[in-house]
Design a protein around this ligand. Structure first.
Ligand code: SF4
Ligand code: SF4
Length: 164
């Protein structure tokens, strides 16, 4: 897995133009069964890929924290939201709350998340490959294929299965 992760940024760069063209066409005329196909591709990929052998998203990017995320996680630490923010978060250039640093402070050496049950919504949903109307998040996906080996494989499989 580590070999794949090490090469992912280059692999994604090589595929960037291809992927961009594919998503531009997909956006213009998404197939009627796109949600169904994505669900299938997502499930197939995550049967093969074990996030515990990877954790590259937690190591390199980290999520946005919504107000609800902050309230829920702070409560689990018995902290006030403001105390949690001061201890763990910063505001980024888009005015969103993000981690002060990566790898995520809640990631263990064994790749387990120490706040798994209350983790941010963005962590639960990453890499968003089972999202409905997937064509609408193509810009995000173009970035995610360079971080997430599963997203990379799913997009490669999409290009084979969906004729645009
Ligand atoms: S979601 Fe993707 S990047 Fe994150 S741990 Fe799973 S395979 Fe790795
Ligand atoms: S909160 Fe948990 S799932 Fe989210 S980035 Fe940190 S370690 Fe990963």
């Amino acid at each position: 897995m580590q070999d794949i992760i090490n090469n992912l940024s280059k692999l994604a760069k090589d595929k960037y133009n291809d992927n961009k063209k594919f998503f531009a066409k997909l956006k213009k005329k998404p197939p009627k069964n796109l949600d169904y196909v994505m669900q299938e591709l997502h499930e197939e990929e995550f049967k093969r890929t074990d996030c515990l052998e990877c954790a590259n998203c937690c190591k390199t990017t980290g999520p946005l924290f919504t107000d609800k995320d902050i309230e829920r996680i702070a409560k689990s630490f018995k902290l006030k939201p403001q105390q949690f923010i001061e201890q763990y978060l910063r505001i980024d250039e888009d005015n969103d709350y993000v981690l002060q640093s990566v790898p995520c402070v809640f990631l263990g050496a064994d790749n387990y998340c120490s706040i798994y049950d209350v983790r941010p919504k963005a962590c639960r949903e990453f890499p968003h490959t089972d999202r409905k109307k997937f064509q609408q998040i193509s810009n995000l996906t173009l970035k995610n294929v360079a971080i997430c080996p599963a997203a990379f494989n799913i997009v490669e499989e999409m290009k084979k299965r969906i004729k645009v």
